[in-house]
Ligand binder design. Sequence first.
Ligand code: DHB
Length: 403
Amino acid sequence: MPALPPHARDNSDMRNRRTFLAVLAPAAFAALVASPAQAQGEVLKIGVILPLTGTLASSGRQIEGAIKLWLAQHGNKVAGRTVQLIVRDDGTLPDTTRRLAQEMVVNDKVVALAGFGITPSALASAPIATQSKTPMVVMAAATSAITEASPYIVRTSFTLPQAAVGIAEWAAKNGIRKTVTLVADYGPGFDAEKYFAERMLLNGGQVVEKLRTPLRGPDFAPALQKVRDIKPDALFVFLPAGQGAAFMKQFAERGLDKSGIRLIATGDVTDDDQLADMGDVALGVVSSHHYSAAHTSAMNRKFVADYMALNKFRPNFMAVGGWDGMRVLYKALEASKGAGGDALLAAMKGQLFESPRGQVLIDAQTRDVVHDMHIRRVERRDGQLWNIEFDAIKAMKDPGKLR
Ligand code: DHB
């Protein structure tokens, strides 16, 4: 039977329901299958909703890979209880995310919701977290305002204002004055455009044109033609994970890589998932982000090696958001002794820990992530392209929360 298009899939169908039972060792698998001694109420269920198909499927695949690794290394017992991950595909469709969140809360009685690949999916689900008092860990979506959509949201990804301010600071210090911005036409793109422009202006630079491309099926050609005509010192770009390679291809095809116009970006564009396939056009691109697979800590080296051994692809920033989200959930469940609701939420706030990205704090007031914003340059090392970190703004709070 041919694969159904994502929108035609019935996600309530058990056939589409993934749990991570299958990735566990046989003994752990047997332990997870409900036995008479193990009443339903004893299992701690976590509902994970990801875009495993559709426009941003690469983010779902990255986070799923991180959750599998977390489970393989940390097992499925927390506070003496068995954890069961229920993973569902929303097809990158916010209405589906919302319906799945509702089903997980009402039918599965999950103790927490997690995942959320795009901003509209996180925003659509926020009222369900609020109404049911279910903590919701946003592992991917990155518009600043998401954490304000529900007091039960905790974020382990990043925010676009953090990334945009990071690269704007670098640009101003490196002689870039006249810029054009190009962003995906939705929430995180608006944040990137606004915070980049504000910081450029503050530092004496300019944004002479603001261009946007659709989230679904973008064609960068018209925007790139405008950039070529305007000839700014630099083009600043934000596109969601998974769109960087297509953009780079068109940038090179139009000869913009040889035009003297510098390309600067948030790290979503020089996405580690796609970087290896981007080719020479990506060399020298400077970006700002919270995670690079080339981060030099011992913890990250182990994380990348283990992740690649298990999943056979390089982890990107989405994977780290997923990994850290599991950490926050496990530690909080330990502290709450498996209780959900407000006790679980309280145990997530203020967590401070070492992540493969560096140090992470879950700000107790904002429930948002505080971490180093690294400045990186794409370089070839041992035949492969990497985002090599060379500077950082330390312990950066979300600039979107500072006004
Ligand atoms: C969002 C999605 C992405 O893939 C990304 O890289 C940044 C932000 C979002 O929808 O919030």
